[in-house]
Design a protein around this ligand. Sequence first.
Ligand SMILES: [Cu+2]
Length: 450
Amino acid sequence: MKVEIECRFHMIANDGNVMEHAVAFDGTLGTEVGTLPTQSIAERYDIVVDFANFQPGDKLYFVNLLEHDNGKRPQRAIPLQEVLSGDYEAEVKDGVWERGDPCVGKFLEFRVREYDGTDLSMDPADFVRGKQTMIPLNRPTEEELSKAVRREFKFGRSQGTDSAPWTIKTDGGAGFTMDPRRLTAAPNLNLEADGLPPVEIWHLETGGGWSHPIHIHFEEGQILQRGGETPPEWEQWARKDVYRIGRMDDSTKSVTLAIRFREFAGTYMEHCHNTQHEDHAMLMRWDIEKPGQVSVLPTPIPSWDGCEYVDTVALPTARQSSGAAPNPMGLQIDPGVAGGSNEIRATGTTPGGMTAFLFGFSAGDQTISAGPCTEGVSLGILDLNLLGTDNASGTTSVFSVQVPLEFAGLTVRMQAIDVSSCAPTDVLTHTFSEPVVNAPRANRTRGRRR
Ligand SMILES: [Cu+2]
């Protein structure tokens, strides 16, 4: 005979932060009795369990039912009875697991005991919606949200390779895997008139495949919308640092969150927390910058002999995001290509239409013309042979030029022109402040240690 006993609990914290209100998993407000919402890798739920329905001597278990047979995603959920009865059991043969996943099964046991002490803990039922608050949320105001910098990050397999299939697209730009030298987003600690650091709105989205639990390091955010709608009760009262998107129960294709950057300028990370994805470099670097900061932080490259620093290249939208609208022309300069000589590569992406890309080194402005635009644009060109132009339509264009073996103090400038309107946009510059030498590992700078 199968006996089901209700195991009631309240959620009081989410991702390590005490919530504004506790949530009772009792069948109200979108909850299911005794059932936690789906929890992705790296998400944390703190719950207070009421064991009143159990007797001393009872044992309760955490059981994993999701069977993996490769790294892509769980293939199926094994019925609980099959696991508890022992009918499902992975077998090992000659040191190799076969016919089953050894991670399916019980992994934590609770033993219910008599308790005759005095329970001094707070009753979470006193802190649900409409009752007392635990830790109030510092919610952004409507005005803050209306003027917030907006950024968009899309997680998927677009523009990846067989060896690095999982990529992140930022603000409508190209899909990239991790390169610590690339700065993707740079919120600034500029204070508003009210003395508060500004709020940014980050939109995380996925195309499909397995889910992506996106971990934003350092700062916590509040979910404004899940799949374009009000988030569930347990996410409304929560500060979070892992945001689950994609194909799972209790999940949606996108999450929009508000996040306030308050202190500790420096370099941080945003990444998918599924190990298979993050190990294939589904990560990106973002920096918190100081008010008035001009230079981007250099990139530390650790070695056995200490740490060397190389130049950082920022995406054109890093400091001032293009907002909710896709960036019409994402430009990027890569300061070197591994294994090559001193090659500088520029990448531009357009959503469509005719675009000319210009690319050169500054040595004073010089006016040139491109395509049908007779007035041309002003662009610093050291050597016209280093000029790249192209007509692109809805594609990514890549230019690369060979540069002198060693140079310093050069500024690379890149510009896109919409030739239908002859309007130049997105001037992107990058100055190589350190000598760049033709080392076996391209773009390694010398000598600077901290
Ligand atoms: Cu992922």
